[in-house]
Design a protein around this ligand. Structure first.
Ligand SMILES: Cc1cc2nc3c(=O)[nH]c(=O)nc-3n(C[C@H](O)[C@H](O)[C@H](O)COP(=O)(O)O)c2cc1C
Length: 377
């Protein structure tokens, strides 16, 4: 079973941070399906948290059901990162994570994210400073009980653990010539008290293209030699991929990102299969529609109607992917008008109407027909 520092997780499956997607509402629906050992916030700016910027505070939102939760920080200044880590501990983090893998210019131009893979001494000094800060603000037993969630085992007392999420290295040529920095970096991070590392098996230059390299992750596992857990990440879209990640890398946990965006029940499925059970049947169409409704309701509760509409407009295509597969038996004409209706919805009631009509088969005549009908009514 996967243990991160003092935190015993209920499963060895983790929900990845995906900026703009893995918010509290989405983490909640993944957890409701089951199988999530740990979920992480999207990357957070420590400066934003410390200044109390509305966007950062929204991104850092959590609650008692959303446990255990990692809060991911990005940046390059050890003091600011340490202050951000303390903020995270004071605001509900079960684990603090440092982003050492983001390839986006906005982050790397300020020496954060995967830019740290080009300056290992800075990466390690940030981690060391954050570990020291976390040791100065330990949680007591009662607080650990709140942070651990239902499936986990609470530690007695002590500091929140630090994890780091990295890529194989920056340059693909370095990886190909056997000079990826990740095995070396992972060892140095373990030396300064980092409790686990996650490795996305791509280089920075690859961004999200090409195939994930499981041998690259296996090299980090070998280098660490069991001192701390290594979590493998990349391209897990079905239970067989998770099985392969464990088998081919020897990793201790698997982190799943994009695969969960269309299939939030993927953790449940992976966990059942990894436990030797058959893969459960997918949710029915009715249950999937209920899940989309639940996501929208939670977004309205945790954020506001405007943001909830923005999110449901852009995410309906992801959610509709498994519906499309279910409807491939000839009744597919309902999907397109459904997606169009939700994408074009400008009020919550328009979203609910589209969901109701799709659920009852009422969008099969096409979006145009529905619009004409609605206009006539
Ligand atoms: C749109 C997008 C946003 C992402 N945001 C983050 C982030 O905030 N922090 C992070 O560590 N990784 C981030 N990632 C990387 C994912 O966590 C993950 O490492 C990557 O997508 C590979 O895993 P997957 O194939 O399971 O998605 C992001 C990926 C995407 C596609």
């Amino acid at each position: 079973m996967l243990r991160i520092g003092p935190v015993q997780l209920a499963t060895n499956l983790l929900l990845a941070p995906i900026a703009g997607y893995c918010d509290l509402a989405f983490r909640t629906i993944c957890r409701e399906f089951g199988g999530v050992g740990l979920a992480c916030t999207d990357l957070l700016s420590p400066q934003g948290l410390l200044r109390g910027t509305a966007t950062s505070l929204d991104l850092a939102k959590t609650n008692d059901f959303d446990k255990p939760v990692g809060m991911q920080l990005y940046g390059s200044d050890p003091e600011i990162m340490a202050a951000g880590a303390r903020w995270a501990v004071e605001h509900g983090a079960t684990v603090v994570d440092i982003n050492m893998g983001c390839p986006v210019d906005k982050v790397t131009k300020k020496d954060g994210g995967s830019k740290l893979l080009t300056d290992l001494s800075r990466a390690v000094s940030i981690a060391q400073r954050v570990v020291n800060e976390l040791e100065r603000c330990p949680l007591d037993c009662a607080e650990w009980m709140r942070r651990i969630g239902s499936g986990g085992v609470p530690p007695k007392s002590g500091p929140v653990p630090l994890t780091c999420k990295m890529r194989l290295c920056w340059h693909t040529a370095d990886y190909e010539s056997g000079n990826a920095c990740s095995p070396h970096l992972a060892r140095m991070l373990a030396d300064v008290g980092v409790a686990a590392v996650t490795v996305h098996g791509r280089t920075t230059e690859m961004k999200f293209s090409g195939e994930v390299s499981r041998p690259g992750i296996a090299r980090v596992v070998d280098a660490i030699g069991g001192r701390i857990p290594v979590i493998g990440n990349g391209d897990v879209r079905e239970p067989a991929d998770a099985v392969r990640m464990f088998r081919e890398t020897g990793c201790d946990g698997v982190m799943i990102g994009r695969g969960a965006l269309s299939t939030p029940w993927l953790f449940r499925d992976c966990w059942e299969v990894l436990s030797g059970n058959p893969c459960p049947a997918p949710p029915t169409i009715h249950e999937q529609v209920a899940m989309i409704r639940r996501f929208f309701d939670l977004m309205r509760t945790y954020r506001d109607d405007h943001y909830a509409l923005f999110q449901i407009n852009r995410r309906v295509s992801w959610f509709a992917k498994p519906l499309q597969r279910r409807l491939d038996d000839g009744k597919m004409e309902g999907i397109k008008p459904f997606k169009e209706a939700v994408r074009n919805a400008r009020t919550p009631s328009a979203v609910y109407e589209a969901l109701d009509r799709f659920d009852s088969g009422g969008l099969r005549g096409g979006f145009g027909a529905w619009e004409a009908e609605s206009a006539a009514a």
